[in-house]
Design a protein around this ligand. Structure first.
Ligand SMILES: *Cc1c(COP(=O)(O)O)cnc(C)c1O
Length: 382
């Protein structure tokens, strides 16, 4: 059974799940062997599949969400109450919330125009400024938004210069690469998400990627209630219930088989939009800088201004096509209004002008044509 189209909606959705047909078998195996638990052969194999895919001697622990993976990464770095953590402001809220779970303070950093991700120059200014105020930040959370890798070369240089570890949030960038190296291999810790809207999905889930077997084992330990070995339910640390289940991992095993194919399909979507709409005055798209290869998880186009963006969004909605404004940066979120921030205006402008278009790997050529024609008709082209 391949459910390539969401049967519940006639609407064209932003980024719906896309099952490949390989998933069911692994789930059936799990049922047959009664591995209905947060451990089992699918869990081990899915971790192995991800390690092989990344191909950089990385160690993977699969978890029940990407948010949990960020939480554990911060925990393993040793972030504690009242510490400061530098975070890209232009992101989904899940990148930043785990900092608050630990009672620490996020320090928000604006974007660069080239990738829309954390601006290396502002990041360094922020580090110098925080240190001059007497507090050295404990970690950097850099995000590869919409699949575009952040400038990992410069961020790594800064990380080494000031000896501050990087958490690479590539929840949206599985399958992307920079200078031939896969996203997921740039941070001291990296995280993936398999939420329902991501390029591959397990319905919900995530992964923590680290550089040693020791960190992987520690992550699994913390994600399994920090239960000490042995039969006696001995606990010396506070743990969490964050492990991925064997059923869910079965979906992941089926999905990772088609990851590269889905990257091609999402890149096809981007190219189609760009080639069909680029000539319209006031519409632009983010180019890949040299050496960058984005999975183009979501195609986000920029309009002239916020009014046009909102009108196009409404026009699409009236035609049963879902679209969404580009992420609202954290420094504009009520919940983070008192958080320190180092800003240059880039992320707020992207939020005002950005519109994410339907980008699923299961979009048909006909869907793409229809979406493009509706957008063209808004601009008076038929
Ligand atoms: C989806 C997402 C996450 C969180 O992943 P979940 O699996 O939904 O917890 C984190 N960061 C970014 C940038 C995301 O898009």
């Amino acid at each position: 059974m391949t459910n390539n189209k969401s049967k519940l909606h006639s609407k064209i959705l932003l980024s719906p799940p896309h099952m490949s047909g390989h998933e069911q078998k692994f789930i059936e195996d799990a049922f047959e062997q009664n591995w209905i638990s947060p451990l089992g052969p699918n869990v081990d194999s899915f971790e192995n599949d991800i390690e092989l895919y990344l191909n950089q001697n990385r160690h993977v622990a699969v978890l029940n969400s990407g948010t949990a993976a960020i939480h554990l990464a911060l925990k393993m770095i040793g972030v504690k109450a009242n510490d400061e953590v530098l975070c890209q402001t232009k992101t989904f809220v899940a990148s930043v919330n785990p900092v608050k779970y630990l009672g620490a303070t996020p320090v928000l950093i604006d974007s660069e125009k080239e990738t829309w991700n954390i601006c290396p120059k502002l990041l360094e200014e922020a580090i110098v400024d925080r240190m001059s105020k007497g507090k050295k930040p404990k970690a950097i959370i850099a995000v590869s938004l919409y699949g575009m890798p952040y400038n990992a070369t410069q961020i790594e240089t800064i990380s080494k210069k000031y000896d501050i570890p990087v958490i690479e949030d590539c929840a949206e960038a599985f399958g992307s690469d920079l200078n031939g190296k896969k996203c997921g291999t740039f941070g001291d810790f990296s995280i993936l998400s398999f939420n329902g809207n991501k390029i591959i999905t397990t319905s919900g889930g995530g992964a923590l990627i680290s550089k040693s077997k020791g960190f992987k084992n520690k992550a699994i330990f913390l994600a399994s209630q920090a239960k000490e070995p042995g039969e006696h339910y001995l606990h010396q640390t506070i743990g969490y219930n964050y492990r991925m289940s064997n059923i869910i991992a079965g979906i992941g095993r089926g999905q990772i088989k088609v990851l590269d194919e889905y990257v091609s399909l999402r890149r096809r979507n981007f190219k189609y939009y760009q080639q069909s709409l680029n000539h319209i005055k006031g519409i632009t798209f983010l180019k890949e800088p040299n050496g960058y290869r984005s999975n183009r998880w979501l195609t986000c186009m920029l309009l002239d201004n916020e009014t046009t963006r909102n009108n196009v969004m409404e026009w699409l909605n009236n035609h049963d096509i879902e679209s969404r404004p580009s992420w609202k940066p954290m420094h504009l979120q009520p919940v983070y209004k008192n958080t320190p921030a180092y800003l240059n205006g880039v992320s707020s402008e992207l939020h005002r002008r950005g519109l994410c278009l339907p980008s699923g790997s299961n979009l048909s050529e006909k869907d793409l044509q229809r979406i493009v024609n509706i957008i063209k008709s808004y601009f008076g082209e038929t």
